[in-house]
Design a binder for this molecule. Structure first.
Ligand SMILES: Nc1ncnc2c1ncn2[C@@H]1O[C@H](COP(=O)(O)OP(=O)(O)O)[C@@H](O)[C@H]1O
Ligand SMILES: [Mg+2]
Length: 287
């Protein structure tokens, strides 16, 4: 068996967890030659098909964890596996959805969704056909020829979602994707995301600072401590029935109960992060 064939088999091993972080630490170089320890031995695994939410105070390291999982950052120590394969470069099984818009303003919705396929050298006709199909799946049939500035914030998010899903990633890494949207748009997007997730059987890692959103969407909520040296301080299974409507599920008695439990754990970390930032402001920092 040739080496290329063996590599392909390793890369497509679908038996292990979609993602596993093993004692992952990450430091950043900061001004004056000092280092900032963002993560301290963070360990967790995400099962194939699981919807995992990660919550923690602002600045605790949520985006850092997603960048590590995407292979955009390397751990300072520890290791990351995706479907049993140690992550050495970009995580080819994963698509990353950022908080900010990353659509190209001079391209139409259709052309934006075609970018990934064309990069993967799909024939143009097939790329366009699939892009139309994905735009329809995210509720944007008829909007193919609009430019990003002609779309609402929610619609731009839908284009970004189609852009991620078209290349068939097994894992979606989502960094506070809906936090800039108004409440109604956000709930529509959340419900549509749940529908897509159930139809496509993707693994989703969803970062948010909004505990209600985390509970409404996920199978499990992971709680991070405030930094520096962020650790995982709790994981909570969310056993609310599915399929869920994110508005209705918030009224479920079990929702309030699990909210109280997790908030009891998260509250102290949020206060600690806030106190640190207020302290830094008082000392003339920029936090
Ligand atoms: N490239 C970087 N250089 C220096 N510090 C960084 C860098 N990236 C992140 N940090 C610091 O690491 C901590 C975690 O950041 P981040 O992962 O963005 O937090 P969150 O997404 O939870 O708000 C913050 O204190 C941030 O300032
Ligand atoms: Mg962040």
């Amino acid at each position: 068996m040739g080496r290329a064939v063996r590599d392909l088999e390793v890369a497509s091993d679908q038996t292990g967890p979609a993602l596993a972080l093993e004692e992952v630490s990450r430091q950043f170089a900061i001004a004056g030659g000092a280092t900032y320890q963002a993560l301290d031995r963070v360990s967790f695994a995400v099962a194939r098909g699981e919807f995992l939410a990660i919550v923690g105070p602002t600045g605790c390291g949520k985006s850092t964890i997603l960048s590590l999982a995407a292979g955009l950052l390397r751990p300072t120590s520890g290791r990351i596996l995706s479907f049993n394969a140690p992550l050495e470069r970009l995580n080819r099984q994963a698509a990353y959805l950022f908080q900010q818009d990353v659509l190209l303003p001079w391209k139409t919705a259709l052309e934006n969704v075609m970018l990934g396929p064309l990069l993967h050298r799909w024939p143009r006709g097939r790329a366009a056909e699939e892009a139309r199909r994905w735009l329809a799946r995210v509720g944007l049939a008829g909007f193919e020829d609009r430019f990003p500035h002609q779309l609402s914030g929610g619609m731009r998010k839908r284009v970004a979602l189609a852009q991620s899903l078209i290349v068939g990633p097994a894992i979606l890494l989502m960094d506070e994707p809906f936090s800039a949207l108004d409440v109604q748009t956000r709930e529509l997007m959340e419900n549509d995301l749940l529908t897509l997730w159930q139809e496509e059987r993707k693994t989703i890692v969803f970062v948010t600072h909004d505990l209600e959103e985390a509970i409404a969407l996920s199978d499990r909520v992971l709680v991070l401590a405030a930094g520096p040296g962020t650790r995982v301080i709790g994981t909570h299974a969310i056993t609310l029935p599915r399929p869920r409507d994110v508005t209705e599920v918030r009224l479920h008695p079990a929702f309030r109960e699990v909210y109280r439990t997790i908030w009891a754990q998260l509250r102290g970390e949020v206060l600690r992060a806030y106190a640190d930032q207020a302290g830094a402001r008082a000392r003339g920092g920029t936090a």
